[in-house]
Design a protein around this ligand. Structure first.
Ligand code: PSU
Ligand code: MN
Length: 304
């Protein structure tokens, strides 16, 4: 059986000439942001990757294939579609076999990127260990994917709705390098600092690329988590976002929101509670991650 991959023309051309490619996910489009900001953001993120000298490849499942790169009409259609599956490692094959439409989370995007030979992927924030995980067992499959698939995931840390100390412990146990960029603290998505020390720190794309190559040389499986703090002008300070997070979490618990619905519910409630500021910050941090992702991909393409 041949791999069910369809490359967009722009991505196919970049592959043929060995140019830098940055994978982008689609759950952020279908489950992470409201329409029309989702489509506007995805379009701007692709443009930011191109402006930085690399080729964007937004990944989604449609018509029995993993699409590596979407055309503009496909992106608009996905951003307005209803009933789109939220795909992680567990659901990817069923979605493909059934010919359904699916948006890829961090975990599924890593799998697809690796199949497509792409080593760098930029997003907003990874999933992690949810608060109360000792009762709910809700730990994102993103974390185990980082432990086994060799892709650099550029994010703004883990979302502050999570239990960040447990998320870092889990990543350490599974051998995932957590590298914060340009600062000693691990960032917390909307805020530059989580108040927690980052396990590792690197300051340049070249250093991150060198660490990735060294892992490959050593035969270490899994990827690197590259945590890029949100630009200072766009951040919502921790003290300001914390009460809104507490409220959104309390509402989720009261309404019995569980499993895959938790993260989209919390993001939507924070959007309302912060009167749109959380979304504005989310957009800026994704753009910043796309630019850093492009720089890392260029460093890797120059010396693979
Ligand atoms: N980054 C964002 N918004 C998002 C996500 C990331 O800025 O919505 C998505 C990613 O697809 C990530 C998912 O994999 O949230 C985590 O979902 P869960 O907690 O259910 O594993
Ligand atoms: Mn979960």
């Amino acid at each position: 059986m041949t791999l069910p991959l369809i490359f967009a023309p722009e991505v196919a051309a970049a592959r043929a000439s060995g140019r830098a490619i940055v994978a982008l996910e689609s759950t952020i489009i279908t489950h992470g942001m409201p329409f029309p900001q989702n489509v506007e953001t995805a379009t701007k993120v692709e443009a930011a990757v191109r402006a930085a000298g690399a080729t964007p490849a937004t990944i989604a499942v449609m018509d029995h294939a993993i699409h590596i790169g979407l055309t503009a009409p496909e992106l608009v259609a996905l951003g307005q579609a209803t009933g789109v599956m939220k795909l992680s490692r567990a659901d990817l094959a069923v979605c493909l076999a059934q010919g359904r439409t699916g948006a890829t989370t961090v975990a599924a995007t890593m799998i697809a990127a690796h199949l497509a030979g792409i080593a760098v992927f930029a997003t907003g924030g990874i999933g992690g260990v949810h608060r109360g995980a000792e009762i709910s067992f809700d730990i994102s499959a993103d974390l185990l994917e980082l432990a086994q698939t060799p892709v650099n995931v550029v994010c703004a840390g883990a979302k502050a709705i999570l239990d960040l100390p447990k998320t870092l412990e889990y990543l350490e146990t599974h051998g995932v390098p957590v590298i914060s960029v340009g600062q000693d603290d691990f960032p917390a998505f909307w805020s530059r600092s989580s108040g927690l020390k980052s396990p590792l720190r690197l300051d340049t794309p070249a250093e991150i690329a060198a660490a990735h190559r060294m892992r490959a040389a050593l035969g270490l499986k899994g990827g690197q988590l590259v945590a890029n703090p949100i630009p200072a002008v766009a951040e919502i300070p921790r003290a300001e976002i914390t009460p809104h997070i507490e409220q959104a979490l309390a509402e989720a618990a009261a309404q019995g929101v569980a499993a895959k619905a938790v993260t989209p519910f919390l993001l939507q409630r924070l959007f309302e509670l912060t009167e749109g500021r959380s979304l504005a910050a989310n957009i800026e941090l994704v753009l910043s991650n796309a630019r850093l992702g492009a720089a890392i991909a260029i460093a890797l393409a120059a010396d693979p």
